[in-house]
Write a protein that binds this ligand. Structure first.
Ligand code: FHN
Length: 441
C-alpha cells in the first residue's frame, strides 16, 4: 500500500513537472524580465507585527511562543509614522528600481485587507489602513516596480502542513497536535485566493517572490507544493508578473528569475546556496541585509558601511545579478535612520556612476582581489576597489580601443598583447570604486 502511495505521489510530482515544463513566457513576461535584469538594484522590506517585539521576523518560532499569545501583538500594531510617500521617495532616491514588500511572512499575518482571513492589518489591528494599498498607490505614482514576497509557510494556521515540515516541531510542541486540521488542500486554496487578491486589487505587480519551500525539503515523502498550478494562476492573472522562489535550488519550470540568499550567485558563504546551480538563462538576484537581520531587531545596529554596500552592489552587477538590499522598518512605521543614511549614500553614488551599473551584464573577467568588471555593449567598466600598485593586468580576450577614467574622462595608458591588457596609472587607484572605462572591439 505504502509503495503504491509513493508511486502515485512520484507520478503526480513528475506530471506537475511536465506541466510546468510546458511554460512558455509571454512577450510581456520577457520584456519584464529584461527590465528587471537591467534594474540591478532593489529594496526588500520585512515588516509586520513581529516588529512590535523588536526581535526579528522569526520571533514566534525561535522563542517557541504559542501563536495565540503572539497574535496579541496585532492589537498593539499602530504604525502611526508610516508614510508610503516618504518611504517610496527615499527608496527611489537611493537609485533602487523595485521594492519587494513582505505581504505575509511565516507568522501568517497579512499586510493588506484580505477577505480570506481576519488575521490582517484591517481586522486585527487598531491601525485599520491597508498598507499594501497605500504602498502600491505610491509605487505606481512615483514610478517604481512593486514586488510581493509571499510565504508558503504559515506558523499560525492549522491547515498549513506543519507536522512533516522542518519548522513544524515548534507547532507540534506548542499545540500538542501532530496533524493539521483543515488539510493541505484548504491551505493551498487559501494561498491562491490571497495571491489572486494581491494580483487583482493593487495594479501592476512586478513579481511574486515565494519563500518557505525549503520547509518541506526534508520530508520522507517528497512534498508536492503544486507550484505548476499556482504559477499558472499568477501568469494568467498578470502575464508580465515574474515568479521567483527562494528554495535554494536550481530554477524550476515556471520561474522567471533566480534569487540567492546572502550570497552572490555561485557562492555559498552564508550556507543557503550549497550546490545551487546558477541559471544561465534567467535574470539573477542576490538578497542581502543592511545590518544582520531581515525584520526589525532592536539590538541590531550593526549596519554594513556605505562603502561595503556600494562595493557589494558593484560586485553583484559584476556577476550579472541584481542586488536586493533589505530594510526592517520600526514598529512605528519609520525606516531606521541608519538605513535611510545608506539609502541616501547609495543614491548619491548611483547618480554619478549608475551608467556603469544599470543595464550592464556580467563583466568579461571573474571577480579578482582588486575588484570586478561590468559590461554595456562595447564598453567594459573596470571597477577597482583595492590595488596596491600603479598598473593592472586584465586577462582580456577582446581588443581594447581606448581607456579613460570614468570620472575625469582622462586617458589611461595601456598596452596590449596576447595575454590581455596592462593599464598604467599616474597614481595608485584609491576610493570606494575607481572606475576605468574601456572601449572594446
Ligand atoms: O525565513 C526567511 C527569512 O525570515 C527571510 O525572509 C529570508 C529572506 O530571504 N528568507 C527566509 C530564510 O531563507
Amino acid at each position: 500500500m505504502k509503495r503504491l502511495l509513493t508511486l502515485t505521489l512520484t507520478l503526480l510530482i513528475s506530471t506537475s513537472v511536465v506541466a510546468q515544463g510546458t511554460y512558455t513566457p509571454t512577450a510581456e513576461n520577457l520584456a519584464s524580465r529584461k527590465e528587471f535584469a537591467d534594474s540591478k538594484f532593489g529594496i526588500f522590506i520585512h515588516w509586520g507585527i513581529a516588529s512590535v517585539f523588536g526581535q526579528g521576523e522569526w520571533y514566534l518560532h525561535r522563542a517557541q511562543l504559542n501563536h495565540q499569545e503572539y497574535k496579541k501583538a496585532a492589537d498593539a500594531y499602530y504604525p502611526h509614522r508610516f508614510d508610503a510617500k516618504e518611504w517610496v521617495k527615499a527608496i527611489k532616491d537611493s537609485g533602487a528600481k523595485y521594492i519587494t514588500f513582505v505581504s505575509r511572512h511565516h507568522d501568517g499575518f497579512s499586510m493588506w485587507d484580505s477577505a480570506y482571513t481576519d488575521y490582517d492589518i484591517m481586522d486585527a489591528t487598531p491601525y485599520k489602513r491597508d498598507i499594501i494599498k497605500e504602498l502600491a498607490r505610491e509605487c505606481h505614482r512615483q514610478g517604481i516596480r512593486l514586488h510581493f514576497y509571499y510565504s508558503h509557510i504559515d506558523w499560525s494556521r492549522d491547515d498549513y502542513p506543519a507536522p512533516t515540515s522542518t519548522t513544524g516541531y515548534h507547532k507540534r510542541k506548542v499545540t500538542g497536535k501532530d496533524h493539521f486540521d483543515g488539510g493541505w488542500d484548504n491551505y493551498y486554496k487559501f494561498m491562491n485566493n490571497q495571491l489572486t487578491e494581491l494580483l487583482t486589487k493593487y495594479g501592476k505587480i512586478g513579481a511574486i517572490w515565494f519563500d518557505g519551500h525549503w520547509d518541506h525539503g526534508k520530508d520522507k515523502e517528497p512534498f508536492d507544493w503544486r507550484l505548476d498550478e499556482q504559477y499558472a494562476l499568477i501568469h494568467k492573472l498578470q502575464p508580465a508578473c515574474l515568479i521567483c522562489n527562494n528554495h535554494n535550488l536550481a530554477a524550476l519550470p515556471g520561474e522567471d528569475f533566480q534569487t540567492f540568499e546572502r550570497d552572490l550567485p555561485g557562492e555559498n558563504k552564508a550556507g543557503f546556496s550549497e550546490g545551487q546551480e546558477v541559471s544561465q538563462s534567467l535574470p539573477l538576484e542576490t538578497c542581502q541585509t543592511m545590518n544582520k537581520s531581515w525584520g526589525y531587531v532592536v539590538k541590531d545596529t550593526n549596519y554594513k558601511s556605505l562603502e561595503y554596500l556600494i562595493r557589494y552592489l558593484v560586485s553583484t552587477s559584476g556577476k550579472g545579478a541584481n542586488l536586493m538590499l533589505n530594510i526592517g522598518p520600526q514598529p512605528n512605521g519609520e525606516i531606521p535612520a541608519a538605513a535611510l543614511e545608506r539609502l541616501k549614500g547609495m543614491g548619491e553614488w548611483l547618480r554619478k556612476y549608475g551608467d556603469t551599473i544599470y543595464g550592464t551584464t556580467a563583466g568579461d573577467i571573474a571577480a579578482q582581489d582588486w575588484g570586478v568588471t561590468t559590461r554595456k555593449g562595447d564598453r567594459l567598466f573596470v571597477h577597482i576597489f583595492d590595488l596596491k600598485e600603479k598598473s593592472l593586468h586584465l586577462p582580456l580576450k577582446c581588443k581594447v580601443k581606448s581607456a579613460k577614467l570614468f570620472d575625469s574622462k582622462t586617458h589611461v595608458m595601456f598596452t596590449q598583447d596576447a595575454d590581455g591588457v596592462i593599464l598604467t596609472f599616474d597614481t595608485v587607484p584609491s576610493g570606494t570604486d575607481y572606475i576605468v572605462e574601456l572601449k572594446t572591439k
